[in-house]
Design a protein around this ligand. Sequence first.
Ligand code: NOJ
Ligand code: CA
Length: 569
Amino acid sequence: MINDLWYKNAIIYSLSVATFMDSNGDGIGDFVGLMRRLDYLQGLGVTAIWLMPFQVSPQRDDGYDIADYYGVDPRYGTFGDFVEFTHAAKQRGIRVLIDLVVNHTSNEHPWFLDARGDPSSKYRDWYIWSDTRPADANKGMVFPGVQKSTWTYEETAKAWYFHRFYDFQPDLNTANPAVQAEIFKIMGFWIQLGVSGFRMDAVPFVIAKKGADVRRPTEQYAMLREFREFLQWRQGDSIVLGEANVLAKNDMEYFGDAGDRLHMMFNFQVNQHLFYALASADTRPLVKAMEATKPRPVTGQWGMFLRNHDELDLGRLTDAQRRTVFAAFGPDKDMQLYDRGIRRRLAPMLGGDQRRLELAYSLMFTLPGTPVIRYGDEIGMGDDLSLPERTCARTPMQWSNEPHGGFTKSDKPLSPVISGGPYGYEHINAAIQRRHPDSLLNWTERIIRMRKEVPEVGWGDFSVIDTGDRAVLVIRYDWRNNSVLFVHNFHAEPREIAFAVGLTGDNAEHGKLLINLLSEDHSRAGGNGKHQIVIEAYGYRWYRVGGLDYLLRRTEAGGGPAGTGARSG
Ligand code: NOJ
Ligand code: CA
């Protein structure tokens, strides 16, 4: 039964309908356009799409301000288009996850309008009110520097309302049973229309105690179990992937000791320390973060990502570590955001260096969890820092070198396509890369294919193998008598390392062959049972441990000595 947990080894691709593909030339992406690009996604090897919010919304936070949970924003299409899309995805073996944004609504949601207009409205208690300005009204902002407070006075209501995010996003009173029932109804609705689950927005805030008298917003973890129970009762294989940037010590509260809460969570700890490792070539804090987030139930899973649609949040690093990442990847003030993060896309952060991009992606695909790709990263898209806040990394997908990157026929795309310079659509686009075997696009397709052949990563448990070199990370996975081993060099120089593959001090294991999964460059242990490897700058290796000795013998018989193959990375 457990093999059925599709999310354990999925390839998730996140995109916004608005910026992916416009089919009718109004400058706004839509479901028909997205549907036409499903073959592209299937070709890449994607097995699940995570859609950013597409419901009716005034669009003041790119749809994270919803005004009707039961409607498709007409700019993106109709319900008919949506259902056609989920069906077309299903035909290609692609599942659909959607954002579930229920910490707050838009302030234009009819519930809020009703609530503020009439103290006796049944919706009044769906939000969080205070007659006086709470003492901590200027604390706890999620977007410091942009967001001024967490409580705002509402003229009509003559009261203050609570908003963890922007003032146009009033928080729902999620402790209210009527609100909870509505959340179930929303989940049930979209499940019925063909989705396989939800990326739940802002989980710690959804389950926090809210109110003017709340000093410390403690989490009501039991709610998570109720969400899951409801969902699995309706459709057994649907999941919740939680956005919860929390301390490692609280992870199990979110997963549930019995595996009865969230199915998946994004691993923000590993994400931040991974960027530190990329910036400093010191993998020790990354290893610590991996070890700290190791505990999870058998049915639980981490979502591994590099960049997402928000800023790269570095709030969990020490000040010194954050300074190091800023210096390497976002030195200008304009590249930074909310006093804690970097708003750039991945490719510009890594200087457009394909070696480093491959290294980063190779890590994302082999760190313990399920990879979550951000649209456009597969072709190395850039950002437009002239756009405000996080919008800079949300520009339209670059399909070709036709006007507006082939995204739209309109002369007024809702957000400008990146044009000119090293990341302009003239050079960086899917059509050009499709034709070049060594392009990032084709590399990504190949690495995804190989990732699917190493289910050990999703299922197994990892161990970090000592190399004596902090710049080189060697991790091994074991599952059902199969083992794989991944080597990553974070350094800008080649490194020579020696390591033993064995976990137990069992010498026979140490001496095992390492079959290179990406090239002919296999590795055989020396006399001391150790593998000696010279790994190029930013290099990476994917090995299967032992087992397929015949492969190596065949290579040797074929003439060329094993170990002199092409660069795998
Ligand atoms: C987290 C989302 O990722 C972000 O984009 C959004 O602004 C906030 N939640 C508020 O919904
Ligand atoms: Ca359109």
